[in-house]
Design a protein around this ligand. Structure first.
Ligand SMILES: Nc1ncnc2c1ncn2[C@@H]1O[C@H](COP(=O)(O)OP(=O)(O)OP(=O)(O)O)[C@@H](O)[C@H]1O
Length: 359
């Protein structure tokens, strides 16, 4: 449905998009990831015809964005990072305005607006001024304008940014619903969101494509760490001695025992090695029963850090599973904090609104 070929965008000497090529098939839900400044918004703005490219081509259903921009715009619903809302209009007035711009058939317009308000759950605020809505509701109105006219392709630039956890889940459900009948490109920083909603993940870094795979292939191809968690019962010295004799093991990390006489270990080898059988027989010989053995797979978050060289999170050490886990936890904590802050902002805004006497 979309074909992007050798796309280049330069701002002066700075190359924001660097020879990017990819395709999106009809019905696909593509997760578009990348660190800050990777070129995601620039790419989406070019696909939607908002800005021009320095080089390369973009076609949607075979129609060239530069040659027939009006035709392409009709096929696309776009929720940019900052939705184009008119704060002094009510929600209904605004959606009527959007429907007119998108040349929605007059006969079906009223029903379409009602249906879209229902699916984005903004019917209760239909008569409120947009400037009095909380961030979450503004985002839903932005989504409603993107869906208006039911375009084949929907492009969403960080649709859940700034929303509280409940709103995030609701918007995510809505995107899943949309994906049944539309092709969707979703840019996001939230890995769980991409895993939950998308069937293909594309990661760009410094304007270049660094990864384009299905999440399921990611965990089998890139997700294998070669490491395993091991829980073994027996004498500490005998167990460590037996493991150290396995040549393919590169390092062993011992964790605090939770029960006396039981060892919790992380055992690492090279990514493409499989040492499970060797470990099994070594433990048999050592008369140390294995209570638990679990291969360690990288999460999408870990893979993101791996392929983007950890850009955007400073100089964190990514060697070894332990550190990677800590990185994931740190990111989760930051994200939770961010969400909490945003949630508080929304509450304050909601309070302001109630003081203003609006619904
Ligand atoms: N109008 C502009 N003029 C100059 N440089 C720009 C302009 N717009 C974007 N850039 C630069 O191009 C690069 C890519 O920006 P872009 O907004 O596409 O990244 P992004 O991946 O969407 O980032 P984020 O996740 O932070 O939104 C950045 O280095 C940015 O500073």
């Amino acid at each position: 449905m979309i074909e992007v070929k050798n796309l280049v965008k330069r701002y002066g000497n700075h190359t924001a998009v660097d020879n990017l090529s990819f395709t999106v098939d009809k019905g696909q839900v593509l997760g578009f990831l990348g660190p800050n400044g990777a070129g995601k918004s620039t790419t989406m703005n070019i696909i939607t015809g908002y800005i021009s490219a320095t080089g390369g081509t973009v076609t949607v259903n075979g129609v060239d964005v530069y040659e027939e921009p009006e035709e392409v715009k009709k096929m696309i619903g776009y929720l940019p990072e900052f939705p184009p809302l008119y704060p002094d209009m009510t929600v209904t007035e605004y959606l009527n305005f959007v429907a007119d711009i998108k040349k929605v058939n007059k006969a079906g317009k009223k029903q379409m607006i009602a249906d879209i308000m229902e699916s984005t759950r903004i019917t209760p605020v239909s008569n409120r001024l947009i400037k009095h809505l909380s961030k979450g509701y503004k985002q839903r109105v932005g989504l409603a304008q993107a869906i208006m006219g039911y375009p084949e392709l929907i492009i969403l630039d960080e649709p859940t940014v700034g929303l509280d956890p409940k709103q995030i889940i609701e918007i995510r459900e809505l995107i899943k619903e949309l994906s049944k009948n539309h092709t969707v490109i979703l840019s996001s920083h939230i890995m769980q969101e991409v895993s939950a909603v998308c069937d293909t993940v594309m990661i760009i870094d410094k304007g270049k494509l660094v990864l384009n795979e299905r999440p399921i292939d990611l965990s089998t191809n890139l997700g294998n760490t070669g490491g395993m968690k091991l829980c073994v019962k027996g004498d500490r010295n005998i167990i460590l001695d037996a493991l150290e004799r396995i040549e393919r093991i590169t390092n062993i990390v011992e964790h605090e025992p939770t029960t006396e006489g039981i060892m919790n270990l992380t055992v690492n080898c090279d990514e493409n090695e499989d040492i499970r059988e060797e470990v099994f027989y070594a433990m048999c010989d050592a008369k140390a029963p294995i209570l638990e053995m679990q291969s360690i797979h990288l999460s999408l978050e870990d893979i993101f850090l791996k392929v983007t060289a950890g850009d955007g999170i400073g100089d964190l050490n990514l060697d070894g599973f332990q550190d990677k886990k800590e990185v994931s936890e740190a990111i989760d904590e930051n994200h939770a904090e961010d969400v909490q802050n945003k949630s508080e902002e929304n509450l304050v805004e909601e309070e302001d609104n109630s003081n203003a006497g609006d619904l």
